[in-house]
Design a binder for this molecule. Structure first.
Ligand code: NAP
Ligand code: ZN
Ligand code: ZN
Length: 345
């Protein structure tokens, strides 16, 4: 079926209007008319080929909320008119251990990314900066009918990417949690960690974000450029979620961990970081990583956020302003997620 969106033809070109084909919906497919799509920093890394291997033309977008317009004959969970969400992947092998455990994001064979990926037959995938998308119902999330839609879209990536490690590392009442980077991921992470009962410290390069950090639920704000305050905070955190999108030295943050603390990378700067062995040896610290979340956990996160009134703080833009939004996101000047209103396409 024909659809249209915004695409970039290559790593240094701006995004612009693009007409393309989606597959004809099969029996298990849901056709979604996209209402809102968030702009994740991963869209920018991939559109600009900062991670390597990008497929062009690229229609980015994996924080998708829309309304079901059509369903295949075998679809049982969605009906036309329902709200639906799509996150970072639209299929996986369904048979490996990870898929069977509901950890599709770690599929051992083939995770079909929502864009900049390939279907099982090799066809490139195109993401959410578009009018419609066709997705197997097993990879579609249910969105409550009363949800604030623009603010819910970013939960499909920023929400699950922060929720999953916070749960995996058992953050809860009494946990002393640091969130490094107050951007799209970070600001949702603050809200989720606070809702889990943690005592939250925001670690930020931006002095102007302190009031927002506190409004979002943080109890403490540390400017990462202030060595004296970082020194005083040594050993005061149990868990740090590192959401920074640009390269940075990990060691000043590892020093903030108490014994047996863990720092988890979700931010994905293209360049590797170096860590001295003693930064981990002293205090038996863990440096780990985490990728988005499985479908089951994503639904759990959406339900948790609905229950706790958590959405993203969004700046809704027309799609014509997407290139400007990319530049402002890279400059850490987003409060705190750009979301495209697809009615402007
Ligand atoms: P974003 O909105 O641009 O936020 C990133 C924040 O990082 C900035 O707002 C800034 O916050 C902070 N930052 C930037 N440069 C920094 C530096 N040099 N040192 C310390 N902090 C710095 O990006 P996002 O959409 O939240 O995504 C963040 C990262 O996560 C990206 O690399 C993205 O690709 C990755 N990601 C990973 C996953 C996964 O599954 N693991 C999923 C989604 C996204 P302050 O102004 O507060 O310093
Ligand atoms: Zn993302
Ligand atoms: Zn699999």
């Amino acid at each position: 079926m024909k659809t249209r969106g915004y695409a970039t033809p290559g790593p240094t070109a701006p995004l612009g209007p693009f007409a393309f084909e989606r597959r004809e919906p099969g029996p298990a497919d849901v056709v979604i008319d996209i209402l809102y799509c968030g702009i994740c920093h991963s869209d920018i890394h991939q559109a600009r080929d900062e991670w390597g291997g990008s497929i062009y033309p690229m229609v980015p977008g994996h924080e998708i909320v829309g309304r079901v317009s059509r369903t295949g004959a075998a679809v049982t969970r969605f009906r036309p008119g329902d709200l639906a969400g799509v996150g970072c992947f639209v299929d996986s092998c369904r048979t490996c251990d990870a898929c069977r455990e509901g950890l599709e994001q770690y599929c051992e064979r083939h995770l079909v990314a929502t864009y900049n990926g390939r279907e099982h037959d090799g066809t490139p995938t195109y993401g959410g900066y578009s009018a419609t998308i066709v997705v197997d119902e097993n990879y579609v999330l249910a969105i409550p009918a009363d949800a604030a839609l623009a603010g819910t879209a970013p939960l499909l990536c920023a929400g699950i990417t922060t929720y999953s490690p916070l749960r995996h590392w058992e953050v809860g009442p009494g946990s002393r949690v640091g969130i490094l980077g107050l951007g799209g991921l970070g600001h949702v992470g603050v809200r989720i960690a606070a809702a889990l009962g943690a005592e939250v410290t925001v670690l930020s390069t931006s002095p102007g974000k302190e009031a927002d950090a506190r409004r979002l639920g943080a109890h403490r704000f540390l400017l990462t450029s202030d060595p004296e305050r970082l020194r005083l905070a040594r050993g005061t955190l149990d868990f740090i979620l590192d959401t920074a999108s640009a390269p940075h030295d990990l060691q000043p943050y590892l020093r903030l961990l108490a014994r047996d603390g863990a720092m988890v990378q979700v931010g994905a700067p293209p360049e590797p970081a170096s860590v001295a062995a003693f930064a981990l040896i002293s205090g038996r610290k863990t440096l780990a990583g985490s990728s988005i979340g499985g479908i089951r956990e994503t639904q759990e996160m959406l339900d948790f956020c609905a229950e706790h009134g958590i959405t993203a703080d969004v700046e809704v833009i027309p799609i014509s302003r997407v290139n400007e939004a990319y530049d402002r996101t890279v400059a850490a000047d987003v409060h705190y997620r750009f979301v495209i209103d697809m009615a402007t396409l």
